[in-house]
Design a protein around this ligand. Structure first.
Ligand code: AHG
Ligand code: MN
Ligand code: MN
Length: 340
């Protein structure tokens, strides 16, 4: 492999996302191919959504639908388009038994309820950024399902995030990047529209043990607990020996803020506050998949209230949870300064 300059096509061939997933399947003797087929469908949805996102302003895909979703949030046309694409892709191959989506009030049970997997998804993350062409994303997680346990119901999804067998996000940014974990590390694939493929661009992502940016909506400071304000004062104070003050970066799209934190280190937080007792992010299809990816890359993900995100047992499919994640040392500093 050349050590400088772009990889040659010969080096990229075989490094497709499909090849990576297939290699994983071949290493699992009991694999039936169903998991690979499911991931293929999720990747197909990502390919279709990235095309729509990139043409949104030309395809009457901007703006509001006029509806509000179960979250009480105004629904963007792209939210619905992304959700419809994902549902169609998941229904098609018969490997998904059910879906919990941010855009669907109830759990969606597919015809092939005997399939062995369930999917949780935020089809379009960062909706407030769609109309202004700022990075947005898609977030997904995969749970195993035992058809013998009975029909798929909402309760089938109410499992702690540590049970996810796969998690990922797609970042529709300056390039389209899909980050995936199936339990052996986190790997990033970059979309090459000329080839119509995702190619492995960042194998074995590792979140730096410490960073120099903090990412939080400071507009909520008046609602934060004193401990969180103590953390913010600390990272904004001048102390060259500890690399402070940190820089503040906040896109307002979870996928974009987390991707930067994962690659460059630092801390992302959407904490609980006086306005939102459990924060804003949804546990099943935002906090959990992100937490699984951050931990797979060597980082940490906590609720900021003494729990690892992946250990929280959900009580309802759209429940919210605080999320504090990123570099292990930065998360530990947050824990220390917000304790008590
Ligand atoms: P979604 O568009 O799927 O509802 O998610 C938006 C979320 C998340 O992407 C982001 O981190 C957060 O909303 C930003 O919220 P604020 O605008 O309140 O900071
Ligand atoms: Mn979201
Ligand atoms: Mn969303």
């Amino acid at each position: 492999m050349t050590t400088e300059g772009p990889r040659t096509d010969a080096e990229l061939v075989g490094m497709t996302l499909a090849a990576h997933v297939l290699e994983g399947m071949l290493e699992a003797p009991a694999a039936t191919g169903a998991f690979t087929a499911l991931l293929d469908q999720i990747v197909l949805a990502a390919k279709l959504i990235t095309g729509r996102v990139r043409r949104a302003g030309l395809a009457d895909a901007l703006g509001l639908t006029g509806d509000t979703n179960v979250q009480g949030e105004r629904v963007q046309k792209m939210d619905v388009l992304a959700n419809d694409t994902l549902v169609a892709a998941l229904r098609h191959r018969g490997t998904c038994a059910g879906l919990v989506s941010e855009e669907l009030e109830e759990a969606l049970v597919f015809e092939r309820a005997d399939a062995g997997y369930l999917v949780v998804a935020d089809p379009l993350d960062g909706s407030s950024n769609i109309d202004v062409a700022v990075s947005i994303g898609t977030i997904f997680g995969v749970l195993r399902h035992d058809p013998a346990a009975g029909p798929v119901r909402a309760e089938s999804f109410l499992r702690p995030g540590r049970e996810l067998c796969a998690a990922g996000y797609v970042l529709y940014g300056s390039s389209t990047v899909l980050v995936l974990t199936t339990g052996q590390g986190a790997h990033a694939f970059t979309w090459d529209p000329s080839a119509g493929e995702f190619f492995l661009s960042h194998p074995n992502l590792r979140c730096p043990p410490r960073g120099s940016t903090y990412s939080i909506n400071e507009g909520n400071t008046a609602h934060f607990d004193p401990g969180i304000r103590r953390y913010l004062d600390h990272v904004k104070a001048k102390d060259a020996a500890t690399g402070r003050p940190y820089s503040h970066r906040y896109v307002g799209s979870l996928v974009a803020d987390v991707h930067r934190t994962l690659l460059k280190g630092g801390l992302f937080a959407y904490p609980h506050d006086a306005k939102s007792a459990n924060g804003k992010l949804r546990l099943l299809y935002e906090a959990n998949p992100i937490a699984a990816l951050v931990e797979a890359a060597g980082g940490r993900a906590i609720t900021g209230r003494g729990q690892r995100v992946l250990d929280v047992t959900p009580r309802s499919i759209h429940e919210r949870a605080p999320l504090v994640c990123g570099s292990a040392e930065d998360v530990a500093l947050y824990e220390q300064l917000t304790a008590g």
